[in-house]
Write a protein that binds this ligand. Structure first.
Ligand code: PEP
Ligand code: MN
Length: 362
């Protein structure tokens, strides 16, 4: 056989081996996907360093050359990495909150009100419940304006322990009494897993605040209830972390989840937080959940509430949250950015001029 013939024959053999290796790699990949599914069912981490070490040791023990063991192990590590990626990709596809899993929008229903149906909702109310008279005055105002869901914090997560901490359970009762009088639904923040059950009779939507976005025990607890949950984005949470936090609630059995962008911490000090407006379309692409924007806590500036709300609705948000107080100057929290009643009227008017589809029924 001429050297050229010999070369051609060896090359053909090499092609066959490549073919076999490709076939083996593909079969290995399919196996990895199957293993990933079982791990997910078991709730086990997909990356298993002990198992990887065992496989690398096996390669070292079985290697008969000509490749050096370290070189072979490097190649196999790449294969392991690619397999893990396959499992990861598959995992994203199967997240309960993912649009890949459920292409149609989730609608959240709260006593005859729907969030996520294309008619944006306005959620308004004071930062904190301060007295029955205060929440009742706000409730009366909101009902006149056509708002259907009232907010108000009874349990307040305050930066300083010396600041007003909220009226607690008594505040919940006041909020519910005022809302009932004016046919409004109640949304309020619950801060601990232990406070969830006792709050249920007083709450129509449970709010999980920014500081608690990764309080996984709380997420699991609210996930076990049959009340809708409004989950706020964490102070410095990435969109991916936000989505996984929502997944905790859904994985615990509650699919009535609303996501709320409320600004993130950046170097910018002109606003209290930086409103990440493109989070809205990203979250709506990645998940099937309704997305709202809290214009009060994101901007921290009264003069920016209306433009931020317009931006939110223009970019596709399912609603806006804003704080309203009978007399913001004496408010026990967030005095800087709550609207008084006249300012609220201007806010609603400014918004409805451009967005008449806002779901306000008078
Ligand atoms: C709130 O809405 O009352 C609140 C405290 O907001 P955040 O959790 O977004 O800071
Ligand atoms: Mn506030």
């Amino acid at each position: 056989m001429s050297p050229q013939d010999q070369l051609n024959r060896l090359r053909r053999e090499m092609d066959e081996l490549n073919h076999e290796m490709l076939d083996l790699l593909s079969r290995r990949g399919a196996l990895a996907v199957e293993i990933g599914k079982i791990k997910r069912l078991q709730g086990v981490e997909r990356y298993d360093p002990v198992r990887e070490r065992e496989m690398l040791d096996f390669i070292a023990a079985s290697n008969q050359g000509p490749f050096e063991t370290s070189r072979l192990q490097h190649i196999f590590k790449e294969v392991f990495k690619a397999s893990a990626e396959l499992q990861g990709e598959d995992r994203d596809k199967t997240l309960l909150v993912s649009r890949k899993r459920q292409p149609e929008d989730t609608l959240v229903h709260v006593k005859g009100v729907t969030i996520g149906n294309g008619r944006p909702q306005l959620i308004a109310g004071p930062c904190a419940v301060e007295s029955f008279e205060q929440v009742n005055a706000v409730a009366e105002k909101l009902a006149l304006s056509g708002v259907k869901v009232m907010r108000g914090g009874a349990y307040k997560p305050r930066t300083s322990p010396y600041d007003f901490q909220g009226l607690g359970f008594e505040g919940l009762k006041m909020l519910k009494a005022a809302a009932d009088r004016h046919d409004l639904r109640v949304i309020t923040e619950i801060m601990t897993p232990g406070a969830v059950e006792s709050a249920l009779p007083y709450v129509d939507i449970i709010q999980v605040g920014a500081r608690n976005m990764q309080n996984f025990d709380l997420l699991k607890e609210v996930g076990k209830t049959d009340k809708p949950v409004l989950l706020k984005r964490g102070l410095s949470a990435t969109i991916e972390e936000f989505i996984y936090a929502a997944e905790y609630i859904m994985a615990s059995g509650n699919s009535q989840v609303i996501l709320c962008e409320r600004g993130i911490r950046t170097y910018e000090r002109a606003t209290r937080n930086t409103l990440d407006i493109t989070a809205v379309p990203i979250l709506k692409q990645e998940t099937h959940l309704p997305v709202m924007v809290d214009v009060t806590h994101s901007t921290g500036r009264r003069d920016l509430l209306l433009p931020a709300a317009k931006a939110a609705l223009a970019i596709g948000a399912d609603g806006v949250m804003v704080e309203v107080h009978p007399n913001p100057a004496i408010a026990l929290s967030d005095a800087q950015q709550q609207l008084d009643f006249d300012q609220f009227d201007q806010f609603v008017e400014g918004l409805t001029v451009q967005f008449p589809q806002l779901d306000l029924v008078k």
